[in-house]
Design a protein around this ligand. Sequence first.
Ligand SMILES: *Cc1c(COP(=O)(O)O)cnc(C)c1O
Length: 341
Amino acid sequence: MDVVERSCFTFDLGAVRRNAETLLRAAGGAELWAVVKAEGYGHGAVDVSKAALEAGASALCVATLPEALHLRAALRNARIVVMGPVSEREVGEARAARLELVAADGQVPEGVRVHIKVDTGMGRWGLSELPSPGRDVVGLMSHLASAESDPAFTQLQIERFKEATAGLSSLTRHVANSAATLRYAEARFDAVRCGIALYGISPFDAGPEAEGLVPALRWESYLALVKELAPGESTGYGRRFVADRPTWIGIVPVGYADGFRRDMTGTEILVEGARRRVVGTISMDALAVELDGRLPHGTPVTLVGGGILIEEHARVADTIGYEIATGLNTRSGRARRVTTA
Ligand SMILES: *Cc1c(COP(=O)(O)O)cnc(C)c1O
């Protein structure tokens, strides 16, 4: 890696295909719809969509109209569902681009295929009662609030959905996210909408291998500087790390502007294959890692991959893998981007 390439993201589409196959098996006959909002959770929406479709997914789900139009330009025939709200002007664009919309308030748009969303306990988008579905309605859906952590409430939501949609089984009914697809056979209905698991990130506390999922993202950089701190010397803003003995540190040219968040101090990364601790305040463009001795400039560093999980960084930052993944700055040109088949 030369100096311009401060870091490199590699997206493994083979891993995405394997995860899609795993989810299809878990879906037990229901269709798999790949959720590729937020630029495919940072992995590249078009690439991930193609891989998921190749592996047997039958539709793509995004949050916004611009996301859907971006996909439509690359995938002329794919079924694309916009799950979030759209403006009146956008309904026309959705119609022209053959997109499907979700009606989650009183208005059911016309002349475009629509899914009606029922609120069964998420307390966000969704109608409290199902209107009698009109001609353009093709699907009925709901969203689960805590499928990764609360079986009783999840069962209650599934029951409510089943009741609300009974007698309408000619429409495509869909409720399950990744966690529900992996845990609740009764949540499958006709289609499952999976995001996080497609990328090989677990929706649960345990790692992805517990679900047979393969992480699809690697993030690599290098030691741009290696130095020894004398006792009493510090590294970084605020002097949060002060050496209490002679300490070798490496500076990696990646920081919070790349998505390596300030609250990830203390997390581990690989330096030449060995786990090492990130120390001191993470800067906008750099972070420090504690070493056990002098290493050459250019020594490879793995920030995600090779056993370093996004889930681990999330735990240190007291958040979820979703937020770490979507926060990675994979598209700005700060990092190189490589996609492998
Ligand atoms: C994001 C989203 C999903 C996918 O959730 P994962 O936990 O990433 O599988 C499914 N349905 C809706 C409505 C969503 O917004």
